[in-house]
Design a binder for this molecule. Structure first.
Ligand code: SAH
Length: 346
C-alpha cells in the first residue's frame, strides 16, 4: 500500500510522525512489511554494523512492593515463591559473567525494600571497582531523583524503566491506583537529566491496549529520546487477574521493533526473552527486525523459574555458559556477530 511506504520513508527521513500517521501504520500491520523491515535493518546496519551486544541479566530479587496487575511477582501473588540473592551471590554471578566475556551487567528485580538505597549503591560501587571496564545497568523501578543520583554517582551507567504505556487511562487499567503514568514518566525524565543511558518501553498487546495507545507511546519515545527501548509481547501469568487475557503477538512486537529502530536509529533495542517465549525463533526474528541487543540470563539456575513475570518463560534451565553459547549461535544463524564490548549508546 502506497501510503505505508510513504510513511516509512517519511519516518526514515524525519524520525517523527504525527499520532495519526503512527496510528495508520499500526492499523495496517502486514502491509509492505518487507519494505519496513528492510529499512529497519538498514538503520541498524548504518549505526551498529552487524554487531549484536550482549548483556548479562541478573534477576536478583522477586520480592516486590508493587502490585502491577500483569506481573507474576506482584505483591499480592501469594503463590509466588520468593527469593533474593545476597550481594555475595550477585558478585559471584558477575564473576561468572565476566569470565564469559560479558561487559555489561544488568541488575533487575522487583521493588524489594530489603535492598535499600544504600545497599544498591554499595553493590554498584563494588561491581564498578571490581570490573571497571564493565557497564552497570539498573532496573529496579521507581525512585526519587536523589536516589537515582546517588546510584549514578556510585557508578551506575544505565537504567531501564519501561513506561509500560504513555496513556494515563490505559496505565490505570494495568496498575493499582497508587501508581501513575505521570510519576513513571517523571522518573524517566529524571534519569535522563542525571545522565543515565535511559531505557523506556512497553509490552506489545497488553490488556486494553489500542493502536491509538501505541501511537501515543511512539510519540512519547520521540519526546524522551531514550538510549534504550525494551519491547516484548505481553504474556499472561496464571496467578494474575490477566490470566485469561490473550498474549501479545509476535507480529506486533516485530513491527514495533522495526518502527522504533527507524524512529530512533541509534537506540539499543533488545530482542527480548518474552519474544523468544512466544516463538522459538522470536529473538532471531527480532534481530532481523532491527534489534541489536540480547540479554542472556546470568542468575543462578536454581532461582530462574522463580523470577516468573509470565508463564512458560524460556531459558530457566541452563547454566550461564550454555546460554552464552546458545545466544552466540542464534545470533550467527541470522548473519550477525555477538560482540562482548560494553556497547554504549552511540
Ligand atoms: N521492577 C522493575 C522491573 C520490572 S520487570 C521495574 O519496575 O521496572 C521488567 C518488565 O517486565 C516490566 O517493565 C514489564 O514490562 C515486563 N513484564 C512484567 N510482566 C509481564 C508479563 N506478564 N508479560 C510480559 N512482560 C511482562
Amino acid at each position: 500500500m502506497e501510503r505505508v511506504i510513504t510513511l516509512v520513508d517519511k519516518l526514515a527521513k524525519s524520525h517523527v510522525l504525527s499520532r495519526e500517521e503512527f496510528s495508520f501504520l499500526l492499523d495496517n500491520i502486514g502491509e509492505e512489511d518487507t519494505y519496513l523491515y528492510g529499512k529497519a535493518r538498514e538503520a541498524a546496519l548504518a549505526n551498529y554494523g552487524n554487531k549484536i551486544y550482549v548483556r548479562g541479566l541478573m534477576e536478583f530479587s522477586n520480592y516486590c512492593k508493587n502490585d502491577c496487575y500483569y506481573c507474576g511477582i506482584r505483591r499480592s501473588n501469594q503463590k509466588a515463591s520468593r527469593y533474593r540473592l545476597s550481594p555475595e551471590q550477585i558478585m559471584e554471578c558477575c564473576s561468572i559473567g565476566y569470565g564469559l566475556g560479558f561487559r555489561t551487567f544488568v541488575l533487575q528485580g522487583g521493588e524489594d525494600p530489603w535492598f535499600t538505597d544504600e545497599k544498591i549503591a554499595y553493590l554498584v560501587e563494588r561491581m564498578k571497582k571490581q570490573y571497571p571496564d564493565c557497564a552497570v545497568t539498573l532496573s529496579v523501578g521507581e525512585k526519587g531523583y536523589d536516589t537515582y543520583k546517588r546510584w549514578f554517582d556510585a557508578g551506575a551507567d544505565r537504567y531501564l524503566l519501561r513506561h509500560e504505556t504513555a496513556n494515563p487511562c490505559h496505565y490505570a487499567s494495568l496498575h493499582p491506583p497508587q501508581m501513575s503514568s505521570e510519576y513513571r514518566k517523571e522518573c524517566l525524565h529524571n534519569l535522563k537529566a542525571i545522565g543515565y543511558q535511559t531505557g523506556c518501553g512497553i509490552m506489545a498487546g497488553s490488556p486494553y491496549q489500542t493502536t491509538a495507545h501505541i501511537a501515543e507511546d511512539l510519540e512519547f519515545m520521540h519526546g524522551l529520546q531514550p538510549e534504550m527501548v525494551g519491547i516484548g509481547p505481553f504474556i499472561p501469568h496464571h496467578d494474575t487477574q490477566f490470566a485469561k487475557e490473550p498474549a501479545g503477538s509476535v507480529e506486533m512486537t516485530l513491527f514495533l521493533l522495526a518502527v522504533i529502530r527507524i524512529l530512533l536509529p541509534k537506540v539499543l533495542l533488545p530482542a527480548t526473552t518474552a519474544l523468544g517465549t512466544m516463538d522459538p525463533l522470536g529473538r532471531e526474528k527480532g534481530l532481523q527486525a532491527g534489534a541489536n541487543v540480547v540479554m542472556p540470563n546470568l542468575s543462578p539456575v536454581k532461582n530462574r523459574k522463580q523470577y516468573e513475570l509470565y508463564d512458560n518463560k524460556i531459558c530457566t534451565g541452563e547454566e550461564a555458559a550454555e546460554c552464552r553459547g546458545c545466544m552466540g549461535r542464534r545470533v550467527a544463524s541470522v548473519g550477525y556477530e555477538l560482540v562482548t564490548e560494553r556497547g554504549d549508546a552511540v
